[in-house]
Design a protein around this ligand. Structure first.
Ligand SMILES: Cc1cc2nc3c(=O)[nH]c(=O)nc-3n(C[C@H](O)[C@H](O)[C@H](O)COP(=O)(O)OP(=O)(O)OC[C@H]3O[C@@H](n4cnc5c(N)ncnc54)[C@H](O)[C@@H]3O)c2cc1C
Length: 415
């Protein structure tokens, strides 16, 4: 039987941050990470398209997060080191972009993982990979954990197995059923930061096109629920891009009835109409397929004509458009609708909407059912939009949970 003071389940972002912090504030405690993958931090390597958008200077901006655990953000922010300093202390420099997103100076996600992994090694954290956790039990003040690599006795446990998004990176929810032994439940879980599946005849033409727009998620009665600006990417059966992914996160478990694209959000209807008439005059003998190329990619312009119900042949001259056609086009530029039929699956999702709810933890991220059991990261019912907010949550909650874990151990007479 191996004995440890702090046993961390899962060597992802929050687990590694917790391990580093534990050794900094309590170097004498024995800290062990149990990871079921072959290596720790697999998901980190995929973040930010391999560049790792590791935080945002606007953390803990409440508007960027959803879920019951959002209520704890101010307290957690106040009691933890900010992301730039946390990584600087491991010798990793960050750069900031115009929107406040933080990236490693090296622009490589692997350097973020290395900073954490090598710090763990220098501090003497035991990292045990390829380890399947089979059962959890609490007896008096200790936890007994049966694993494929033998039994562990731990004085405290920090649970950081992530959610269920991108299970190919290790976060497959395999720990969830074991936690039910203590009475824990999970709110409904839905893939978030993911593309929206949509139905529209024009998607066939639009496949592969990218276009800037203000995208609104709308309910069936036409109410605009949320609006995001950015680049929309069209696929044959779905829309994606950061703005669409953010809408999937903001809408939580509910899919909008449709997405409405405003392709010219900087113009009023009158200005768009004037612009179209200007193009009409300048391109009057051109082919219809070239009419809107001043504003949009060629395929997008042509798909918009079809959406507006203009079925003239592609090579018809522009002057065949009627004033009614220009009016319809004006309206469609501002409200191009795509009926939402679902959202991308767990494999494509970047985060989990849902998790262990606020009512099952106290303000120190400790289980209300099992003293000495703490949580951090995506397993909790909180998720953020794109921009570094999810990793910020992972680092901050990892640090915070471990601060309280150490306090808990010290109160029980640990050194
Ligand atoms: C493709 C992609 C890109 C992303 N890009 C960004 C980005 O640029 N910026 C950003 O802020 N966020 C990004 N995210 C989200 C961010 O990576 C996650 O929110 C964050 O990693 C969650 O941290 P975590 O520690 O809670 O879980 P994870 O990082 O998922 O780590 C959980 C760990 O626990 C292990 N584990 C799970 N179950 C068990 C078990 N039963 N036993 C042992 N070990 C277990 C897993 O193998 C894994 O190593 C991205 C996500 C994806 C999928």
């Amino acid at each position: 039987m191996k004995t440890t003071d702090i046993l961390i389940f899962g060597g992802g972002a929050s687990g590694l941050a917790a391990a580093v912090t534990a050794k900094r504030i309590a170097p004498n405690y024995h800290v062990t990470i149990l990871e079921h993958g072959k290596r720790v931090g697999k998901k980190l390597l995929a973040t930010g398209n391999g560049r790792c958008n590791l935080g945002n200077v606007h953390f803990p901006c409440k508007d960027a997060y959803s879920g019951t655990v959002v209520a704890l953000l101010p307290e957690i922010d106040a009691r933890t080191e900010d992301t730039k300093n946390f990584f600087r202390s491991m010798g990793l420099l960050c750069r900031q972009d115009a929107e406040g997103r933080l990236y490693p100076r090296s622009n490589q996600a692997s350097t973020v993982l290395d900073a954490l992994r090598l710090s763990c090694c220098s501090y003497g954290v035991d990292i045990i990979c390829d380890c399947e956790i089979q059962s959890l039990k609490k007896s008096k003040d200790t936890f007994l954990i049966e694993t494929s690599l033998g039994t562990f006795l731990a004085y405290t446990v920090i649970c950081t197995p992530g959610g269920v998004a991108a299970p190919q990176t290790g976060s497959d929810g395999s720990l969830f059923s074991l936690l039910k032994v203590f009475g824990h439940s999970f709110t409904k879980m839905t893939p978030a930061l993911v593309g929206m599946e949509a139905e529209s005849k024009e998607l066939k033409i639009l496949k592969g096109v990218r276009i800037a727009a203000a995208v609104s998620a709308c309910s069936s009665n036409g109410t605009q629920l949320f609006t995001e600006r950015g680049e929309v990417q069209f696929n044959e059966h779905s829309l994606s891009g950061i703005c669409v992914m953010n809408l999937s996160a903001k809408c939580n478990h509910q899919n909008p009835a449709y997405l409405s694209l405003n392709l010219l959000p900087e113009y009023t209807a009158e200005q768009i109409s004037a612009l179209l008439w200007e193009l009409y005059a300048a391109r009057t003998d051109w082919k219809l397929e070239d009419f809107l190329t001043a504003l949009f990619p060629k395929k997008a312009g042509f798909a918009l004509l079809r959406y507006a119900g203009i079925h003239l042949p592609q090579d018809a001259p522009v002057h065949q458009l009627t004033p009614m056609d220009i009016e319809k086009l004006t309206r469609c530029c501002q409200n191009w609708r795509f009926t939402v039929t679902g959202r991308g699956d767990w494999k494509e999702a970047q985060v989990t909407c849902g998790g262990i709810p606020l009512c099952e933890i106290d303000t120190s991220l400790q289980s209300v059912y099992a003293k000495g059991l703490f949580f951090a990261g995506e397993i909790l019912d909180i998720h953020g939009i794109c921009g570094g907010y999810n990793l910020d949550w992972a680092w901050h909650s990892g640090q915070y949970a471990v601060n309280h874990t150490v306090k808990y151990l010290k109160e029980r007479g640990g050194n």
